[in-house]
Design a protein around this ligand. Structure first.
Ligand code: PEP
Length: 250
């Protein structure tokens, strides 16, 4: 953890959550207020809940984000939502390039970059996800894959840390498996070096999150590592109690 960078704990609810789950946002808010938490906390619910979640969390410590956006501002794209629509609904961040979208929707790094740019233009902070598969890791290609995804997905213009990078090894997502602390620290260090090489001083201010089976039971080993500036959390973000357990590890 780099004390100069305010950590971000971001929850990705994926395709989970209906109106009754908003009670978790209220519980999360109460828990954060009681702790006077010193990190930013974000929940990215499904698109159907973004507006009501933002209303539920208005003026509180929990920020709301989207899980994806289209690269265009509007038009004939049935089923898609634009970055402007997310802003209108109260979102502050949007996840782009999650491995589930790269796999399920065949999203390329070039497409992810256009989405990240659309988010920036709309005033959202894109959380750009990168990470290698198990086969790529076993082949010793993790760094090459992550660097390639960064090169392809990160916009050319970044100001004052208005993007976030999430390193999420695909094989660690939802599996209970996590990389060794050395592997996480080495990859985050390599991402920091890449950001510094590309953006100079601005690169030192960009938050790099770790994601993949982050839980209350392992957060105290992962979150303090160098260049880990918070986490992107799937399963353990669905219950306020679990997310607060991770935040306590900070
Ligand atoms: C994710 O999907 O971004 C994620 C990190 O999931 P989980 O925490 O469930 O592994």
């Amino acid at each position: 953890m780099d004390s100069a960078i305010r950590p971000l704990i971001a929850g990705n609810w994926k395709m989970n959550g209906v109106t009754q789950n908003l009670s978790q946002l209220e519980a999360l808010t109460s828990g954060l207020v009681a702790r006077a938490a010193t990190c930013d906390v974000l929940i990215c619910p499904p698109a159907t809940l973004v507006r009501v979640a933002a209303t539920t969390c208005a003026d509180g410590p929990v920020l709301i984000g989207g899980q994806d956006c289209h690269f265009e501002k509007g038009g004939a794209h049935t089923g898609d939502i634009s970055a402007d629509m997310l802003v209108d609904a109260g979102a502050k961040f949007v996840i782009v390039g999650h491995s589930e979208r790269r796999a399920d929707h065949h999203e390329s790094s070039a497409l992810v970059r256009t989405k990240a740019q659309a988010a920036q233009e709309a005033g959202l902070v894109p959380i750009i996800c990168v990470g290698e598969t198990q086969d790529e890791k076993l082949a010793g290609r993790a760094l090459e894959i992550v660097t390639g995804q960064l090169t392809g997905s990160v916009p050319d213009i970044v100001e004052g840390g208005d993007i976030v990078i999430a390193y999420e090894p695909v094989w660690a997502i939802g599996t209970g498996m996590v990389p060794t602390s050395d592997d996480i620290a080495n990859m985050h260090g390599a991402i920091r070096d890449w950001l510094a090489g590309r953006f100079g001083a601005d690169g030192a201010t960009i938050r790099i999150l770790y994601g993949g089976s982050l839980k209350p039971s392992n957060a105290d080993q992962i979150l303090p590592l160098a260049n880990v500036n918070g986490g992107l959390i799937g399963g353990a973000s669905l219950k306020a109690e679990d997310l607060l357990g991770i935040i306590d590890a900070l």
